[in-house]
Design a protein around this ligand. Structure first.
Ligand code: ADP
Length: 298
């Protein structure tokens, strides 16, 4: 091997050389053989490149990346444990508040009822937040198992539409489905339902009274399937749209009446991406929004 190196007959290799003071220099040697006109091997050229600095920077980068990943995992694990711990006392608060509301033997006065309604309302909101934070933390730590299989889109869409029918009817919003036919995608059924339900309930929640929602399923070039959900809501400003998939950004909706946690869309984005798909939106202020999910066709 040494002889072959001397003759320049080997691939570039890494070697640590020692300086007289004992310190090491990591080099890459790129040897090349030299032949004379007859093709006889007469020697070799060795080009030695000092890569010590590059190696050191690389080691630091790897270490920094590992530290960042560990910090992120620790954060997600903390959130996940905290969410569990918070749920137990919260369920007690909700449970006892509901008992107060429902106690026929000892009925509450009207003002008391009003106050207890605040407790249950705030409690339910907190529970929704905790559930979403826990779900997001689970997704971020990779603690969810996806069961990817061929899923028929039509029945899932129909099921989600049925689930939002109630709030849609109360706000006189018509939800229309353009025939999904027999289109199938590769997805986890439960998580696909969760993603669609979030987009659909947003399309209803952030819509105008008497508005419309339209679900459309189309096969795209390249074998992907697009499920898009159009609404006739207020639309989303481009600068707000840019951060809409970030957790806990309600884009000002926190000041309004509509209930929400601001985490739904970031969960939706993560699960869609875990399933090998992508999510996006187009929106025009004043006329409505279209959210879409692209998934690999089955
Ligand atoms: P939530 O609805 O729980 O607040 P999301 O993550 O689902 O959380 O949505 C984040 C924010 O994006 C909402 O608070 C709302 O301001 C905005 N948004 C989502 N969907 C729509 C929509 N279809 N039309 C207008 N605004 C929307």
């Amino acid at each position: 091997q040494l002889e072959r190196r001397r003759q320049g007959l080997v691939e570039p290799y890494e070697i640590t050389l020692l300086r007289p003071d004992g310190s090491g220099v990591t080099c890459i040697n790129s040897p090349a053989p030299i032949y004379d006109d007859d093709g006889t091997h007469v020697g070799s050229i060795g080009l030695w490149t000092d890569v010590s600095e590059l190696k050191r920077a690389n080691r630091e980068l790897v270490a920094a990346e590992r530290r960042a990943q560990e910090a992120s995992r620790a954060k997600s694990e903390f959130l996940s444990t905290m969410s569990h711990e918070l749920r137990t006392p919260l369920n007690a608060i909700l449970g006892f508040a509901e008992l107060l509301e429902a106690d026929a033997d000892d009925p509450l006065t009207a003002p008391q009822q009003e106050r207890v309604r605040f407790i249950t309302g705030a409690g339910r909101h907190l529970l929704a937040l905790i559930t979403d934070v826990l779900d997001l933390a689970r997704i971020e730590t990779g603690a969810i198992d996806l069961d990817l299989a061929a899923v028929a889109v039509g029945p899932v869409v129909a099921e989600c539409v049925r689930l939002v029918d109630g709030i849609a009817a109360r706000r006189e919003i018509i939800v229309d489905v353009h025939d999904a036919g027999s289109t199938t995608v590769v997805a986890d059924l439960v998580r696909l339902r969760q993603a669609l339900l979030n987009l659909l309930s947003n399309a209803v929640k952030y819509n105008v009274v008497g508005g419309a929602v339209c679900v459309e399923v189309t096969s795209q070039a390249g074998g992907t399937v697009r499920i898009s959900i159009d609404d006739t809501g207020p639309g989303i400003e481009p600068e707000l749209a840019a951060r809409i998939f970030e957790p806990s950004d309600r884009l000002g909706a926190e000041r309004g009446e509509i209930e929400g946690t601001g985490i739904g869309l970031s969960i939706t984005k993560q699960i869609v991406e875990l399933m090998g798909g992508s999510i996006g939106l187009e929106s025009e202020v004043g006329s409505g929004s279209r959210f879409w999910i692209d998934l690999p066709g089955a």
